[in-house]
Design a binder for this molecule. Structure first.
Ligand SMILES: Cc1cc2nc3c(=O)[nH]c(=O)nc-3n(C[C@H](O)[C@H](O)[C@H](O)COP(=O)(O)OP(=O)(O)OC[C@H]3O[C@@H](n4cnc5c(N)ncnc54)[C@H](O)[C@@H]3O)c2cc1C
Length: 267
């Protein structure tokens, strides 16, 4: 069985790890035009908190609450998953596909589609829209708490070695740094925590959250081939990836069992 996972972001890597570790004999390849540290998740806050995930059901947390949650350092997490996949003998291929019918995908029995915001063009699916997110990473090791100002739009998320200051969520494909956004982020976050005025800026970055009315996590049969879609995680991909990867594995298992039954009934 030959499986292609398109996309090496947090969702593609997770699906690839789960499939390859469960089915050691399968040939599993991640096909992607970008790998870590150049995926959307690499610049994200890594906060375990579902945000901008459309109508996807989840228990809402009310504003004004204090709660304990989990923060990952995304580039470390992505590098860890990629290494884990390669250790299981998974293969990486740097290439850009133009659609799900791309000749590059022809030889695969199953294609897992984890293309994030690009699913808009690849599937194509016009429900997918970008939520442009600009952030500023600063050195501020004294910051130990996440602060989200839902009304003002600013947030402060400490990672292992930097603090992520945000943010924006415009419906735009523009990945250029906008100085106006930088001012908004710095002024807003510094008014919440004045000590940030002294923080050294390490990086300014823009990423496109894959927005959709709801995450698309389902199989689709096209021209005799199974596609499993896993995209549209909005601002919650670093929160939902493991569960979504598990669901993809379950869909694949159901498909393989069905195939086994069909073969037996023909004998
Ligand atoms: C500023 C910002 C802050 C965020 N903070 C958080 C947070 O704190 N917590 C949280 O849970 N989430 C957060 N997110 C959201 C999170 O980053 C995304 O939901 C997640 O990264 C989406 O992952 P993905 O794997 O679906 O897509 P992506 O990471 O975008 O990966 C898509 C992959 O597909 C590949 N690809 C695309 N098109 C093609 C093609 N034509 N051919 C081949 N390969 C292709 C790309 O190269 C890439 O490898 C944030 C996002 C932003 C922008």
């Amino acid at each position: 069985m030959k499986i292609a996972v398109v996309g090496a972001g947090i969702n593609g890597l997770t699906c690839a790890v789960k499939i390859k570790e469960k089915y050691r004999d399968f040939e599993v390849v991640i096909i992607s035009n970008e790998f870590t540290p150049n995926t959307t998740g690499d610049g994200s806050g890594g906060l375990w908190y579902p945000y901008l995930t459309g109508d996807t059901p989840y228990n809402l947390l009310d504003a004004g609450q204090t709660f304990t949650t989990f923060i990952s350092s995304p580039p470390k997490l992505l590098a860890y998953l990629q290494e884990r996949f390669e250790k299981a003998n998974g293969k990486l291929l740097r290439a850009k596909i133009t659609s799900l019918e791309d000749p590059l995908l022809q030889e695969y029995d199953v294609v897992i589609n984890c293309t994030g915001v690009q699913a808009r063009f690849i599937v194509p699916d016009d429900k997918v829209t970008p939520y442009r997110g600009q952030i500023v990473k600063v050195k501020a090791p004294w910051v130990n708490h996440v602060i989200i100002d839902e009304d003002g739009g600013n947030y402060i998320i400490p990672n292992a070695s930097t603090v992520v200051l945000g943010g924006t969520h415009q419906h735009e494909f523009n990945t250029q740094i906008d100085p106006k956004d930088t001012d908004f982020i710095l002024n807003g976050c510094q008014s919440i925590l004045p000590g940030l005025k002294n923080a050294e800026i390490v990086n300014i970055w823009v990423g496109l959250r894959p927005g959709r009315n709801a995450i698309r996590l389902e199989p689709e049969e096209r021209n005799g081939k199974l596609y499993i879609h896993n995209y549209g995680h909005g601002g919650g991909g670093l929160t939902l990836f493991w569960g979504c990867g598990k669901a993809v594995l379950q869909i694949l298992e159901t498909h393989l069992n069905k195939r086994k039954c069909n073969v037996k009934s023909k004998l």
